[in-house]
Design a protein around this ligand. Structure first.
Ligand code: K1U
Ligand code: ZN
Length: 167
């Protein structure tokens, strides 16, 4: 397994729309394993393939405290959604920035698992938020795009400053 470098906002590669996976094969299973390892190491509760510069429709999430409830979703589609909920979000591609986003409270998502088998799962609370956040990445959308233009400008300036300090 390998730790994968995570793209940092506002890298333009984060805006790419990911392509559907046509064949769930060993390469996809290796990608899932590497993404899971990268997410746990970060640490984070989700990761989209787009964030590691692989533009395929694959996400991993695990909102458990014990890191033993990994959910890998290939070609995920939300088939039902209800309610709205505000949640303070973070993103491994936007380090140190947290802000509130409104999303659907409950969702039912359909996807393929790592064996290529279709399944549906219902999610609410943090799991629902996290799945929606990761699915946004597959559309080339980062959570800060839900914030006001002024906040986005401030975030860009703050990240630029942080990145200058690292270099
Ligand atoms: O997409 C990502 O970069 C992962 C992101 C997922 C997410 C978090 C919170 C709300 C919506 C989506 C993160 O994991 S940021 C890190 C984080 O929230 C966290 C890290 C360790 C423990 C608990 C949370
Ligand atoms: Zn994110």
């Amino acid at each position: 397994m390998a730790l994968l470098p995570i793209l940092q906002y506002p890298d333009p590669r984060l805006q790419r729309v990911a392509k559907p996976v046509l064949d769930v094969n060993a390469e996809i299973r290796k990608l899932i394993a590497n993404m899971a390892q990268t997410m746990y190491a970060a640490p984070g509760v989700g990761l989209a393939a787009s964030q590691v510069d692989v533009h395929k429709r694959v996400i991993v999430v695990d909102v458990s405290e014990t890191h033993d409830n990994l959910l890998a979703l290939i070609n995920p589609v939300i088939v039902e959604q209800s309610g709205t909920a505000d949640y303070e979000e973070g993103c491994l591609s936007v380090p140190g920035i947290f802000d509130t986003v409104t999303r659907s409270e409950r969702i039912i998502v359909r996807a393929l698992n790592a064996e290529g088998k279709p399944f549906e799962t219902a999610a609410e609370g943090m799991l629902a938020v996290c799945i929606q956040h990761e699915m946004d990445h597959l559309e080339g959308r980062v959570f800060v795009e839900y914030l006001s233009p002024l906040k986005q400008q401030r975030i860009r300036a703050k990240l630029k400053k942080q990145q200058r300090r690292i270099m």
